[in-house]
Write a protein of this length. Structure first.
Length: 274
């Protein structure tokens, strides 16, 4: 499969479209939470972060679809916009159902929606890597009812579809604009990869990044005692590989963050806090 070809476009768009599942948040089997279970969910510190991210993403990705000139890419982008919006409605439904207090959400449309989608896509590749690990650590803790994890397991797998679609869309776009000779290299990708490195360093070496720390570290700490960076990293690597294993072998996968994580892991294990 030649990356950037018409066949490549058909493959990554069709894979995304065919992977879509139909459901509405209010129809899902939400468990009745009481006592400590309810207090735990209400006390997790990142629900407003998660809701803000999804509330921003839905309209932006839909707007990106509207400016796409290729009908198949437009259809796939529109579907992702719908799914991002549905993620927001899922989180909002949970917030309302369990009376979770959050900060007020404000949504603003960026002036250049395609550039915003690229920024968002690379961020989602990094955030999903950490979220996969966090979700598994939370599941192992058995502190939250199984039904809640079954609901959000579907959301996690949709995120896997999103990042695989994005990385293939970005490679296809770059090659067809003559911007790079390879798949996901070039100044635009390199800038985002450097940002990902900075964010990983902030999370695992005590930096000042507010973007990922509240989501990965504080979120996992709500479920796991004696949390270490190497545990988060090992779990994220295993879960990332598992969730992406089912995609067609001809599709690109986001691999920069996992490669960096594998390099960092032996170093972290040698450190006192690792």
């Amino acid at each position: 499969m030649q990356v950037g070809s018409e066949a490549h476009k058909e493959l990554y768009c069709r894979a995304f479209l065919e992977g879509h599942r139909k459901y509405e948040p209010e129809d899902l089997p939400w468990p009745d939470l009481q006592g400590d279970d309810l207090k735990l969910i209400q006390g997790i510190p990142f629900w407003d972060h998660a809701l803000q991210a999804e509330a921003d993403a839905g309209p932006m990705v839909k707007a990106c679809a509207e400016v796409a000139t290729d009908p198949l890419i437009r259809e796939a982008l529109a579907l992702q916009g719908y799914e991002e919006e549905r993620h927001g409605r899922t989180i909002q439904h949970m917030i309302d159902r369990y009376e979770i207090e959050i900060n007020e959400i404000h949504v603003e449309m960026p002036p250049n929606v395609e550039e915003a989608f690229i920024d968002f896509g690379f961020e989602e590749c990094l955030d999903s890597f950490g979220a996969f690990g966090l979700f598994e650590l939370a599941r192992r803790s058995q502190l939250v009812p199984r039904e809640l994890f079954e609901i959000f397991d579907q959301v996690m797998q949709e995120e896997a579809h999103h990042i695989v679609f994005f990385i293939n869309w970005f490679a296809h776009r770059q090659i067809n604009r003559g911007l790079v000779a390879g798949a996901t290299v070039g100044p635009k990708a390199a800038w985002h990869y450097a940002k990902a490195l900075s964010k990983l360093g902030g999370i695992f070496f005590g930096g000042d990044s507010d973007e990922g720390e509240d989501f990965v570290v504080t979120g996992a700490a709500a479920f796991v005692d004696n949390l270490t960076p190497s545990l988060v990293l090992e779990t994220s690597l295993t879960e990332n590989e598992r969730r992406l294993a089912g995609f067609d072998r001809d599709l690109l996968r986001p691999n920069f963050v996992p490669r960096v994580a594998r390099t960092m892991l032996p170093v972290l294990k040698l450190l006192p806090f690792g």
